[in-house]
Design a protein around this ligand. Sequence first.
Ligand code: VG1
Ligand code: CO
Length: 544
Amino acid sequence: MGIQVIPTTPFSDQKPGTSGLRKAVPVFQKPHYLENFIQAIFDTIGDPQGRPLVLGGDGRYFNAEAIQTILKMAAANGFSRVKVGQNGILSTPAASCVIRKYGAIGGIILSASHNPAGPQGDFGVKFNTANGGPAPEKVTNAIYERSCSLRQYTIYTAPDVSLHTLGEFPLGEMIVEVIDPVADYQALLESLFDFDCIHDAITGGRLSLIFDAMHAVTGPYAHQILETRLGAPRGTVQHGVPLPDFGGGHPDPNLVYAHDLVQQLFGDDPPVFGAASDGDGDRNMILGANCFVTPSDSLAILAANATLVPGYKEGLAGIARSMPTSQAADRVAATLGIDCYETPTGWKFFGNLLDAGKATLCGEESFGTGSNHVREKDGLWAVLFWLNILAIKQQSVADIVQSHWRTYGRNYYSRHDYEGIDSDRAHTLMTQLEQKLPQMVGQSFGAYTVAIADNFSYTDPVDHSVSTQQGLRLIFDDGSRIVYRLSGTGTQGSTLRVYLERFEPNPHHQHLDAQVALADLIELANQVANIQGLTGRDRPTVIT
Ligand code: VG1
Ligand code: CO
């Protein structure tokens, strides 16, 4: 027992991506790999005394082992207290909530989010700062630099700490505090939404629902909040037992991977509402009877109806969306007379806007929605926001969506992903396309004339930091767009994402299938970037 100093050599591949460091499990299992990255975090965050560190994960394979390693390293690195979720569980938004509530120095969340899990699946480590949000680029860059020069790490040698029982347990000089992963988070949501109104609508039979936890972290949260507190019948929460391999599934709540749920909402006798969340609980998919709400529309609809909900009844300071997210929210912001911010992809870019009080609601097209209540996107928060609106309006999801389109117009939207393509070819595609952009301005392609063609660059309005190369944009003179990005969360090859958007103001033309409505743009996107030629793929792997 005692503190050990372990010599190590740096790994050159510990640069965090869009959302933390994600690698295949066997990479994290390499000797010293996890330890090096954790030491790099600890060396970067400053004095660990006095304020707790928050620790938890989505329960995926390797979560339990990693938690023990991190606890022992925290004890050896001078932390006084670690608040860890019972059995090592904390969803991403719950971790953000706990960091903020208890003034923590920050938190470590173990998750690869929507990536599959298991011995051959993915694992990940995210570091969140004291505001509860993902570390901004200047912090992740500092962690990476530290990881490149690391020569040793320190760890306390002791038996594993049991995380089954709530309470405080010593580990060397440090206290390990095992907390209920749901309680603080539930209390926060209860302060925002009218739980009694939702409860009455559910138990009164006016609001039927199903929630698919995809065998990931939201199971215990959804059981407690939707069934126990809000009175939804047992069985409302499906796939509610978290499994280390997420049941072999892909815990990404979209039309492809949440097919069980989709079948029920589009089948016989569907419930009023259906939703799913991802591996770590920060994403959401919203469905109604025979209706899918795109995440971009969901953000706009929540914004337009926010004052119905107690936590937002005073109105919104502003809305923020990631650049590839559709401009539906911009139209609501314009009507409300509030600012709408356009940030690069990744929740870390919303942190400054939320901290500065410039934005209240934020969203990404990738099934991420959230607000200033925490500094992460929040799956169950979005579900409760919808339930609160439905309980008050007593309309179907489809009616709410269609009447929104009639008022604001419809932004037809779709994302086409080409997953696991050869990295060299993906980079060639992006480079060749970027070279073509300058001469494309002013050119016409059928009905579309290019107004702007660039590589998106963002200057943070709060700290003025600049983030360049955030996605290639073709913006047409009618506001339609094609955006191309390479994913920063994958672990195998490269994933090309193509985002397509077209505005339709005429209510008579708002009921097409998005793939049909966007057919011209899809064709153009493929042609301009020579996707088929360069990737060898004749169609996307996932369409959302
Ligand atoms: C994807 C999404 C992005 C999201 C990120 C993390 O990133 O596009 O919007 O913030 O995943 O989400 P990328 O770089 O692969 O496009 V989560 O729920 O996986 O932490
Ligand atoms: Co996630």
